[in-house]
Design a protein around this ligand. Structure first.
Ligand code: ZN
Length: 421
């Protein structure tokens, strides 16, 4: 299986029911897969003035310090909003590299980048005429006290006429790196979308921002039982190209996903094609529920039912989730397709809407049973034990509920069957 549970998915609205039903988080892809697109070296051409401004590198000298100097200057230029300064290390005649860097600068600036550090992660190594060195980037947006997200990129450098110049910089699949962004900022949420996609208009971004700001009330409340409300939520609205291009790419059956970046940091990506007004609040509440319950850490695959069950439970609010999934649960159970286990590991990759909806519905009913029977606080504590601390379900059941999992599981199964009748 090439895909993992790294991303948490929400399926598209079911066309048969005409609306919601947060579901299908089919198992998915590995974390941010970084695609290296190093620009080929241009050994002879160099721009007037530009290349001459690179630090001097003596023959036989390792360019480590020169590279560190360029990275420090570039970072400082970015943080003070100096586009020319940011591009200074990049050869004037290397249009693709300059375009890539310019786009990155513009998107990072639009996101109000507040921290940006670049540290060499190794000694540069020489391969043919080029020097290669991985660089650790730390970045965060919008708030002065934001916690940097770590990202490693590969870089390539050349020394031309005794001066250092950038020859290649890894193009990552982070939204701000891959796409020129338009950004909307609310008090709790930043929403960004491609600047050049006519379907992801500023009005669409405004609509998402309004729904997302409203969703924070519910999700912040649940966050109090975990790591506390995040400093800020980030939502990226993908056009068609970005749905495939950002991170590991979105599944055709999904409407949104949450990607845990590191403890305390997650990105939410939603597909612009699924943003109906009635669907949007549930969709965003569900994804933000992943943000606050997982806290930026990938959940164990075996706890799919609990991971999706809790997000669906949090987004269920007035019962809309359950109403949309219950018909699928009923037909799934009536057809004898459910083996009675509540610890589902997710719908198969080729699952139909019906199957997927049924799995989400069963997960929701199981988590709802735990919350109603033992109280919401204990249900949340159980989630923490199993998903965040990765304890076996029976150990967690004994410590949180004081009851063996076997008996809880049997009662939860009975509750699901009762609801499905
Ligand atoms: Zn989900």
């Amino acid at each position: 299986m090439t895909r993992t549970q790294w991303m948490r998915w929400t399926r598209r609205p079911d066309p048969r029911h005409g609306a919601l039903a947060v579901l299908s988080a089919a198992a998915v892809t590995a974390l941010a897969v970084l695609v290296t697109l190093l620009v080929p070296p241009t050994p002879t051409a160099y721009g007037a003035g530009i290349a001459l401004t690179g630090p001097i590198v003596r023959p036989d000298e390792n360019p480590l310090f020169a590279i560190q100097d360029v990275l420090a200057r570039q970072s400082a230029a970015l943080l003070r909003g100096d586009r020319d300064g940011y591009l200074q290390a990049i050869p004037a005649d290397d249009a693709p590299l300059r375009e890539q860097a310019g786009r990155r600068f513009d998107s990072l600036t639009a996101l109000r980048v507040r921290r940006w550090t670049m540290a060499t992660a190794d000694l540069p190594s020489q391969v043919n005429d080029a020097w290669r060195v991985p660089v650790d980037v730390g970045y965060c947006f919008a708030d002065d006290d934001c916690t940097p997200v770590q990202l490693r990129v590969s870089t390539k450098w050349s020394v031309v006429h005794g001066r250092l110049r950038l020859a290649g910089y890894e193009q990552t699949r982070r939204p701000w790196d891959a796409t020129a962004l338009t950004v909307k900022e609310g008090s709790r949420v930043t929403v960004a979308g491609p600047a050049d996609d006519p379907r992801v208009t500023p009005a669409v971004l405004d609509r998402v921002l309004r729904a997302a700001e409203a969703a924070t009330g519910t999700d912040d409340r649940f966050a109090a039982s975990f790591d506390g409300p995040p400093r800020r939520y980030f939502v990226y609205v993908a056009g068609e190209e970005q749905w495939k291009g950002w991170y590991a790419g979105g599944s055709a059956n999904a409407a949104a996903y949450t990607i845990p970046l590191q403890p305390g940091a997650s990105d939410v990506v939603v597909d612009h094609g699924t943003l109906t007004d009635s669907w949007l609040p549930t969709l965003i509440t569900h994804e933000f529920a992943h943000v606050v319950t997982l806290g930026g850490v990938a959940p164990p695959a075996a706890a799919w039912w609990l991971t999706e069950g809790i997000a669906t439970y949090i987004a269920n609010g007035s019962g809309g989730e359950l109403r949309n999934e219950l018909p699928s649960v009923r037909s799934y159970v009536a057809a004898g397709r459910w083996d009675g286990s509540v610890t589902l590991t997710g719908p198969p990759a080729d699952a139909t809407f019906e199957e997927t909806a049924a799995c989400y519905g069963i997960a929701l009913l199981a988590v709802t049973y735990l919350a109603q029977h033992y109280g919401e606080a204990k249900m949340l504590a159980f989630f923490t034990e199993v998903v965040r601390k990765r304890r076996p379900v029976d150990t967690a059941a004994q410590s949180v509920f004081g009851v063996p999992w076997k008996s809880i599981s049997a009662d939860a199964t009975a509750a699901v069957r009762a609801a499905a009748n």
